[in-house]
Design a protein around this ligand. Structure first.
Ligand SMILES: Nc1ncnc2c1ncn2[C@@H]1O[C@H](COP(=O)(O)OP(=O)(O)OP(=O)(O)O)[C@@H](O)[C@H]1O
Ligand SMILES: [Mg+2]
Length: 245
């Protein structure tokens, strides 16, 4: 069976005048269905670069990205949008909820883009909000909720379309530590229920909540393995040592 996510020698470069920035430098890894993987690294290590590629928001400069066996690199913008809608559920640090819409309508948005009929998407959105414990607030607006509750709405929105991959980019970044833990517990529950979860974070203490860690430094994978192995966690201050440009 092929991997759900496969990076083969993925490179992403940016040209800044005379300098070439290697934001992703020959990155290779696979994520199987049902895994919970954290991609971790310091600021500038290439996390967002990899996240944008995994999420079909960007394509590699060279190398191959296969999502469920399909080569994403050669796809047009429309094809990327279509595969994104079908395969991926996004959770962002800033929730990205639409303030004028109710919670129910917010969760319905990606289902609408996916072409789901109104009745079905209402029902799906309602179930997803019930799953995150907000079934009694369907008609509320996002700003009537706490940060943690808003993040739960965004989890519901990510889940509602039953995506193959849940992609969470610093999902606890805007939350206090207690609420952040609740959100992480929810991601662990989604994993336990069989979902594939990819979590992007700069924070080791969050990354170790996953099953597996992929650590980036200067665009390269420097560790890929068990989140609980001693070498999975680097001492702050030592990370990136010797990486001066
Ligand atoms: N559009 C761009 N143009 C030029 N350089 C870029 C661009 N996007 C990213 N980079 C560079 O690529 C490298 C990796 O950036 P990336 O945003 O992936 O890091 P990150 O790990 O997400 O960092 P952070 O934790 O600060 O979000 C950095 O050196 C960054 O400056
Ligand atoms: Mg980033």
């Amino acid at each position: 069976m092929s991997a759900l996510i496969e990076f083969r020698d993925v490179c992403k470069t940016y040209q800044m005048g005379d300098t070439t920035i290697h934001a992703a430098d020959h990155v290779s890894f696979q994520v199987q269905k049902g895994e919970f993987v954290a991609i971790v690294g310091q600021s500038g290590s290439g996390k967002s670069t990899c996240m944008n590629i995994i999420g079909c928001l960007d394509v590699p400069t060279s190398g191959t990205y296969l999502l469920d066996g399909q080569d994403v690199g050669g796809m047009s913008r429309n094809e990327l949008a279509a595969i994104r809608n079908k395969m991926l559920g996004f959770i962002f640090q800033q929730y990205n909820l639409l303030p004028k819409l109710t919670l129910l309508e917010n969760v319905e948005v990606p289902l609408m883009y996916a072409g789901m009929p109104k009745g079905d998407r209402r029902e799906r959105a309602k179930i997803a909000l019930e799953m995150v414990g907000l079934g009694d607030k369907l008609k509320h607006k996002p700003l009537q909720l706490s940060g943690g509750q808003q993040q739960r709405v965004s989890i519901a929105r990510a889940l509602a379309g039953d995506p193959a991959v849940i992609l969470a980019d610093e999902p606890t970044g805007a939350l206090d530590s207690h609420t952040g833990r609740e959100v992480l517990t929810m991601l662990q529950q989604l994993h336990a229920a069989g979902n594939t979860v990819v979590l992007i974070t700069h924070d080791n203490s969050i990354a170790v909540q996953a099953q597996r860690i992929i650590r980036l430094e200067d665009g390269r994978v420097v560790y890929d393995g068990d989140a609980h192995a001693p070498e999975a966690v680097v001492t702050p201050g030592l990370a990136g040592k010797g990486a001066a440009q």
